[in-house]
Design a binder for this molecule. Sequence first.
Ligand code: GLN
Length: 285
Amino acid sequence: MLKKLSELFDYGRKILDEKCNDPYLDSKLDVLILLSEALSVSKEFLFINPNFEPESILVEKFLSFLDRRASGEPIAYILNKKEFMSLSFYVSRDCLIPRPETEILTELAIDFCNKRDSSIFLDMCCGSGCISISVAYYAKKTKIFSSDISEKALSIAKINAKKNGVEDRIDFFCGDLFRPLPNDLKFDFIASNPPYISKYDEISPSVVNFEPKLALYSEDDGLEITEKIVKESINRLNFNGVLAVEINSSKGSDVKKIFCDNGFSEVYIIKDYSEFDRIVIGKKK
Ligand code: GLN
């Protein structure tokens, strides 16, 4: 019978190393997170109290978390939370898990909006709402719109807007890309992390088996939705307005060309922390 923290820790690592089919698995870190969350204690507490014996109901809770992680489920879904831009977001399998790379796109939008007295911002394909909610939180003079095709994802975005105290600053729309938005509404900055995975791309089982397909995949070698967004954005931006989209790292030059072919100027590719092409940005002149 497992009782002490040190035993639970060793057992957890063994199970994950044996069973969890995730190429990015860090079993030590994952067990620390799951144990500290199940027991509602800090990670430091786990280190300095190896002989502590938690109540059996909390041990059960840890073991059920462990089971889910061993099946490949990402930690964010197990705990229903993810940090993004130093804010806390509720997440479930109805929305994509916010990624650190997306913070680069979000920071670009925040910098742009903070340099102006007021601006109108759109987060296209908002999912959990991580981009628009962060912009609302860090760029206080901005009016924010958010759109997503998934009603379930939008209800998560609304929960997150409330959780972060910005629900009065964001208007949410449900539908296919720009369709649900009022026709005469124009924006100063459009940001989008659209579905951009191609069915030919190899992606980790913990992504493909758990994250919503609607938020991941796009036809046309992953470019279909991005192309639609770029094409329509040129009519939806004010002069000197900016479109920035997150991209598949293998598609930098394709997406740059789509921007140039559709009337954008000053089109650049921006790299992520791993030096992969990650964002294409362009201006409407
Ligand atoms: N905007 C959300 C994110 O960046 C959702 C993106 C999506 O569903 N494709 O995480």
